[in-house]
Design a protein around this ligand. Structure first.
Ligand code: UCC
Length: 625
C-alpha cells in the first residue's frame, strides 16, 4: 500500500478533504494501477472531486469588512489635524467596530427584506401599512443612540461638530441599509425648523428629530416631487393648501416620490388657495408646510393614501411611495410664497449628506477591494502583487481621497456657519460648493464603485455578495436632490445672484490653500497645475461674461466640474503640507493634479459653447441616417 499522488493525478486528489486522506492512503492505489481505474474506485467510494455534488475543497475567500474608521488613514489624519479630541476618536473607533461587527449585517438584512405595502387588513379595512424589516427599525434606534442627527445640533465640538457628525455618517453609510436617507431628511427638517424658529407647532418635532432617545426619535420626510417632476418644482407642484378656520390647512395633492415614507412627519410644498379656489402659479405661489403622519382609532392614515411603493433600481432597502394627500392637516412654516427659499436650507443639508454617502461608497469599495487583493490569487500570485491591479486601486484611492476632502471642507464650512464663526467668504463658499460637491461626488461614486466591482471579477456581479447593491445604490446619488445639470444651473444662479462674489471667494480661498505649499518642492508640479487652472478659470469667466446667456448655460456642467477639480486639488495639496501628512498624501495630490483640472477652459478653446454648437448637438442626437 502506498500513497499515490505523483504527477498528473495530483490535480485530481488535491480536492480530497484531509479527513479522507487515510482512506486514500489505506485502500485502493497499488503500484501499476491505471489512473482511470483508480479514479473509478474513488468515484465509486464517493470521493472524486467535481462529481456527485463533490466540488473540491477550493472556495473563494470573501473580502472582510474591518473597522472602517481604523482602516481609513485619510479620515484619521484629517481628524488628527482638525479635531484631535480623544472623545471624538474613541467614539468613532467604537462606532467603527459596531458597524463592522453588527450594523453591516443589519444593512444586508434591509436589502434582502425590503419594505412592502399592506393596503388592507384581513377584514377589508384600508390600512396602508408600510411593513419594514426589524433591521430597518434597529437602524432607527441606533441612529438616535449614536446621535447621528443630534450631534449636529448639540454642537459639542463647536465649529467642528458637523465634521464629527458627518465622519460618523461616513463610516455608517455603506452599512446603513440606506437609513442615511431618512437621516438626511431628518437633519434637513431640523435645520429648517431651527432657522425659522423653534416654536409651536414644531417645537415638539424639533426635540424629537434631534433627540438621542430611541423611543422619542422621529424621522422626517421631504415631499417635494410631484407627477410633473422633481426638478422644476415651481411649475410642477399641483398640491393645494386649503385654509382652515383654526389657522391650519388641509393639503390635497399627489406626491410622486416620497423617500423613506415611514417617516413620522414631513416638510412639503403646496399652493395656498384663496376663497375662490384660485392659486398663484410658479415658485411664487409655493409655501412650506409641516405635517405629522398619524393614524385614526381604526388604524387608517389620516389624510393620506399610500398608492404604491416604487420598484427601483437601487435603494430597495428603503420604502419610496406615491402618496395621495387627501385632506392632510398641515401647518404653514414659511411666509406665503416663500416655500422654495425656505426649503432651500433642507436642500443644503440633504445635498451635503448625499455627498457624504457618495464619498463613503467610494471608500467602502476601495476598502473591500484592497482587502480582497490580499486574499485572491490569480496567475500565480495575490492580486496585490500585480502592479496593474494596484495601479487601478490607487487611482480609485485618489478619487476617494479627493471626494473625501471636498466633502469634509463643505462640512467644515457648514459647521462654521452654524456656530457663528463664518466669515462672508465662508458663506459664499458654502453656497457655491454645496451644489458643486453634490454633483461631482455623485458622479465620481458611480465611476469608482463600478470600477471597484470589477476588481472582484465575476463575484462583483453576484447579488448575494452584497457588492452589486453598492453600485445600484450609488446610481441614485447623481439623481435625487438635484440632477447634475440642475445643480450645474444652480451654480450659475448663485454666481449671478451674488454678482460673482461666490467666485471671488472661491479663487481667494483656493489660492490661500496653495500658499503653504510654495516652498515644498515635491508638490511643485501639483501647485503649478492648480495655479494655472485657476488662471484659466478666471480667463473663462471674463470671456463668458461678454457672451449671451446661452453660452454660460452650455458651459455650466464643465464649469461645475472645473470648480470641483481645482478646489479639490488645492485641498489635497494643503493636506499634503500638514506636518502630520504622509508620503501617500503627497502622492495623491500629485496624481489628482494630473487631471484636466479646468475642462471648461479646454472645451471653450475647442469652441464647444459657441452659437453653432446647440444645432450641431441636436443634429447629432437626432441623426437618423
Ligand atoms: O426629495 C427628493 C428625495 C428625497 C430623499 C433625500 C435623501 C437624500 C439622502 C442622501 C443620503 C443617502 S429628490 C427632490 C429634490 N428636489 C430638488 O432637489 C429640486 C431640484 N430643483 C432645484 O434645485 C431648482 O433649482 C429649484 C427648485 C430650487 C428652482 O426653483 P426656483 O423657484 O426657480 O428657484 P429660484 O427662483 O432660483 O430661487 C427661489 C429662492 C431664492 O431665494 P430669494 O427669493 O430669497 O432670492 C433662491 O436664492 O430660493 C433660493 N434658493 C436657494 N437658496 C434656491 N435654490 C437654493 C439653494 N440651493 N440654496 C440656497
Amino acid at each position: 500500500m502506498m500513497l499515490v499522488c505523483a504527477g498528473s493525478c495530483c490535480r485530481v486528489w488535491r480536492g480530497v478533504p484531509r479527513q479522507l486522506a487515510h482512506i486514500r492512503s489505506a485502500s485502493v492505489a497499488e503500484p501499476g494501477m491505471r489512473r482511470s481505474d483508480e479514479e473509478h474506485l474513488w468515484e465509486a467510494a464517493g470521493y472524486l472531486p467535481f462529481s456527485r455534488a463533490k466540488i473540491g475543497s477550493f472556495f473563494q475567500e470573501r473580502p472582510v469588512l474591518k473597522n472602517p474608521f481604523l482602516e481609513d488613514a485619510l479620515l484619521r489624519g484629517y481628524l488628527r489635524r482638525h479635531l484631535p479630541q480623544e472623545a471624538a476618536f474613541s467614539d468613532l473607533c467604537a462606532f467603527g467596530e459596531r458597524v463592522a461587527n453588527e450594523v453591516d449585517d443589519w444593512g444586508r438584512e434591509c436589502e434582502v427584506t425590503p419594505p412592502r405595502l399592506v393596503h388592507f387588513d384581513p377584514w377589508g379595512r384600508r390600512v396602508d401599512h408600510i411593513v419594514t424589516s426589524p433591521a430597518w427599525k434597529h437602524m432607527k434606534d441606533l441612529s438616535a443612540q449614536e446621535g447621528l442627527v443630534a450631534i449636529g445640533y448639540e454642537r459639542s465640538f463647536g465649529e467642528w461638530s458637523r465634521v464629527y457628525q458627518m465622519s460618523k455618517l461616513y463610516i455608517f453609510s455603506p452599512s446603513s441599509g440606506l437609513y442615511t436617507c431618512p437621516l438626511a431628511m431628518t437633519d434637513g427638517a431640523a435645520k429648517v425648523i431651527q432657522s425659522i424658529g423653534v416654536s409651536w407647532p414644531t417645537d415638539e418635532a424639533y426635540s424629537r428629530l434631534t433627540t438621542r432617545q430611541p423611543d422619542r426619535f422621529w424621522t422626517s420626510g421631504q415631499w417635494m416631487t410631484e407627477r410633473q417632476g422633481g426638478s422644476d418644482v415651481g411649475s410642477g407642484t399641483e398640491t393645494v393648501a386649503v385654509p382652515q378656520t383654526d389657522g391650519s390647512y388641509k393639503l390635497h395633492g399627489f406626491k410622486w416620490f416620497t423617500s423613506a415614507t415611514d417617516a413620522d412627519m414631513t416638510l412639503t410644498l403646496a399652493r395656498i388657495q384663496d376663497r375662490t379656489g384660485a392659486t398663484t402659479p410658479g415658485s411664487r405661489g409655493l409655501s412650506l408646510f409641516y405635517a405629522e403622519v398619524s393614524r385614526d382609532e381604526e388604524g387608517r392614515l389620516k389624510g393620506i393614501e399610500v398608492q404604491r411603493l416604487k420598484d427601483k433600481l437601487g435603494t430597495r432597502q428603503m420604502p419610496t411611495a406615491e402618496l395621495l394627500l387627501d385632506g392632510l392637516q398641515a401647518h404653514r412654516l414659511s411666509e406665503e410664497g416663500r416655500g422654495v427659499a425656505s426649503i432651500a436650507n433642507m436642500l443644503t443639508i440633504t445635498r451635503i449628506h448625499n455627498s457624504v454617502s457618495a464619498a463613503a461608497a467610494m471608500r467602502r469599495v476601495v476598502q473591500l477591494a484592497r482587502d480582497y487583493a490580499t486574499r485572491r490569487s490569480a496567475f500565480g500570485k495575490p492580486l496585490k502583487d500585480h502592479p496593474l491591479h494596484i495601479q487601478t486601486l490607487a487611482r480609485m484611492e485618489v478619487e476617494t481621497r479627493g471626494a473625501f476632502l471636498l466633502v469634509m471642507d463643505v462640512c467644515r464650512l457648514l459647521g462654521r456657519e452654524e456656530s457663528g464663526m463664518a466669515t462672508q467668504l465662508d458663506t459664499h463658499l458654502l453656497r457655491l460648493l454645496t451644489p458643486v460637491v453634490k454633483l461631482y461626488t455623485g458622479k465620481q461614486a458611480v465611476a469608482v464603485v463600478s470600477e471597484g466591482l470589477e476588481s472582484f471579477g465575476g463575484q462583483g456581479y453576484i447579488e448575494d455578495t452584497g457588492l452589486p447593491g453598492l453600485l445600484r445604490d450609488a446610481q441614485v446619488l447623481s439623481i435625487w436632490e438635484g440632477t447634475t445639470n440642475v445643480l450645474s444651473l444652480d451654480v450659475l444662479r448663485c454666481v449671478a445672484r451674488s454678482s460673482g462674489m461666490v467666485l471671488h471667494a472661491y479663487v481667494t480661498h483656493a489660492k490661500s490653500l496653495l500658499a503653504g505649499a510654495s516652498s515644498v518642492s515635491s508638490l511643485a508640479p501639483a501647485v503649478k497645475a492648480v495655479n494655472s487652472a485657476l488662471s484659466e478659470l478666471e480667463d473663462f469667466v471674463q470671456v463668458a461674461a461678454t457672451r449671451a446667456p446661452g453660452y454660460l448655460e452650455l458651459a455650466a456642467r464643465d464649469l461645475a466640474y472645473s470648480l470641483a477639480r481645482i478646489y479639490t486639488g488645492a485641498l489635497l495639496i494643503d493636506h499634503a503640507c500638514w506636518k502630520g501628512a504622509s508620503p501617500s498624501d503627497t502622492y495623491a495630490a500629485l496624481r489628482w493634479c494630473e487631471h484636466d483640472l479646468c475642462p471648461v477652459a479646454t472645451k471653450q478653446a475647442r469652441g464647444c459653447y459657441d452659437p453653432s454648437t446647440p444645432p450641431l448637438d441636436a443634429a447629432l442626437v437626432y441623426d437618423r441616417d
